[in-house]
Design a protein around this ligand. Structure first.
Ligand SMILES: [Zn+2]
Length: 453
């Protein structure tokens, strides 16, 4: 039987290149072999497609919510999708490299509508740099998360990467940015801060309207109304961190454009749904963010998941396993309140999804112990536990997430979009947990084979 850890690393990062090595696997030499596998990948596996590539015999889920196409063919050239559909409707160029996917699932790369990138190394913040951004964007990409909307704490290097990613040699997750999370205390200051942030040309303006379970002062309505009005002057959408249903309703009334977390204090009512529908506002659940607030009170089950372990630093695991640390979390009142709020968040997600409100999959990964890449998969699995169907979840994590976050060139398998896509060995429509069978990641038409962590 294949060693699960090695086979996951191989599937995610090395694809077919390492298969011959795996065949010579020896049980007693697992760690050494893993290291040499990774090293071989690092040295040997960067490719930029110089010719069109046709992926054939695939189950294609295009991310728009349309029915799966099987058998399906997708052709990409110069980083973009140039044809997709049934073989009868697609002409494969004579010079194309043809790769049969043999019944595997082809779908858009995942879009994380609420992440954070660049700041954390290990469990420590304060490490914002281009190098750290690139490392994290490669980690996201290796898990098939091909775009990340960073909603706050973005610095100049992040804007620079955002501005220089529109080319066919890209080999890491796309990054979109909000700049600093604004925290003005007066309406005048709010306008000033929006003016200042607007000069950076952010994709979103981000604010927090939250009292941290009654522990800190909350931004006043007068102030967030001023932020919203000023952001409208520039046409920059306003994404809001909220917790309470009433605050969120008030924010929707003054023009909030994206709800970045679940409502966690109460069950959503009809008025809330109506406010979301009125301007077709999207909602990002960040269920894994809630999980992360308490789950390290003991050893989480995912600590023994090879798919998780493939992307995590062992020092981080050692720290999170410290008994004193676990005990502190178990005794932390806020952690236990967030734990109690998670079932409300999951129930609200189901209510909104059933009501036809657009859900944009997002995790709030990036801060310490919110694991980039793995948490996007875990989020989708929790969305299924909340009652959403696999096709709804896939749409939420691809086409809807892109549309909600104004990413016009990615998120679906349609002609003219960047060829950002993933191949899964098993069918995710049968069980969304099959996203763990990810075997290939393509960004701008380039197959990734290079872990950078
Ligand atoms: Zn966040």
């Amino acid at each position: 039987m294949a060693n699960p850890k090695i086979s996951v690393i191989t599937r995610v990062f090395c694809a077919s290149v390492m298969q011959p090595v795996l065949g010579r696997r020896h049980a007693g030499r697992q760690d050494t072999l893993e290291k040499s596998l990774l090293l071989a990948c690092l040295i040997g596996c960067s490719t930029v497609a110089a010719q069109p590539v046709a992926l054939t015999d695939a189950r294609i889920i295009d991310g728009t919510g349309a029915a799966m196409i099987f058998p399906g063919t997708l052709v990409m050239d110069q980083g973009k999708i140039v044809a997709v559909g049934n073989p009868a409707d697609v002409t494969i160029p004579a010079d194309a490299q043809v790769i049969s996917l043999d019944g595997k699932t082809l779908m858009p790369g995942l879009i994380n509508a609420h992440g954070h990138a660049g700041g954390v190394r290990g469990l420590e913040s304060g490490h914002y740099s281009e190098e750290n951004l690139l490392r994290q964007l490669s980690l996201y990409a290796s898990y098939g998360v091909t775009s990340v909307v960073s909603l706050g704490d973005d610095e100049e290097a992040g804007f620079r990467l955002r501005d220089t990613q529109h080319h066919a040699e890209l080999d890491r997750a796309r990054l979109f940015v909000a700049g600093p999370v604004l925290n003005p205390s007066t309406a005048a200051q709010a306008a000033e801060m929006v003016d200042q942030t607007a000069t950076l040309n952010p994709d979103f303006i981000k604010i927090r309207v939250d009292d941290n379970l009654g522990r800190t002062p909350k931004m006043s309505a007068e102030v967030y109304e001023a932020v919203s009005a000023r952001a409208d002057v520039y046409g920059i959408p306003l994404s809001v961190h909220t917790y309470y249903q009433q605050d969120t309703k008030d924010l929707l009334r003054v023009g909030a454009d994206h709800i970045a977390h679940s409502i966690r204090d109460s069950h959503i009512d009809d008025e809330f749904i109506q406010l979301m529908h009125e301007r077709d506002i999207c909602y990002t659940p960040t269920l894994t963010r809630e999980l992360s607030t308490y789950v390290y009170e003991s050893e989480p089950t995912f600590f023994s998941d090879p798919f998780f372990l493939a992307g995590v630093d062992t020092d981080v695991l050692t720290t999170l396993r410290e008994p004193e640390r676990q005990q502190r979390m178990a005794q932390n009142a806020a952690a236990q309140q967030y734990k109690a709020a998670l079932p409300i968040a999951m129930s609200n997600l189901k209510t909104l999804s059933d009501a036809g409100v657009r859900i944009a999959m997002g995790t709030d990964s990036g801060p310490a112990a919110r694991f980039q890449g793995y948490f996007e998969h875990l989020e989708m699995w929790m969305m299924q536990d909340a009652g959403m169907a696999p096709m709804q979840i896939i749409k939420s994590a691809t086409g809807d997430a892109a549309a909600c976050m104004n990413l016009t060139d990615t998120g679906s398998l349609e002609v003219g979009k960047w060829a950002d896509l993933i191949v899964l060995e098993q069918n995710p429509l049968e069980d969304i947990r099959n996203t763990r069978s990810i075997e290939q990641v393509w960004i701008a038409g380039n197959q990734l084979r290079r872990p950078r962590f």
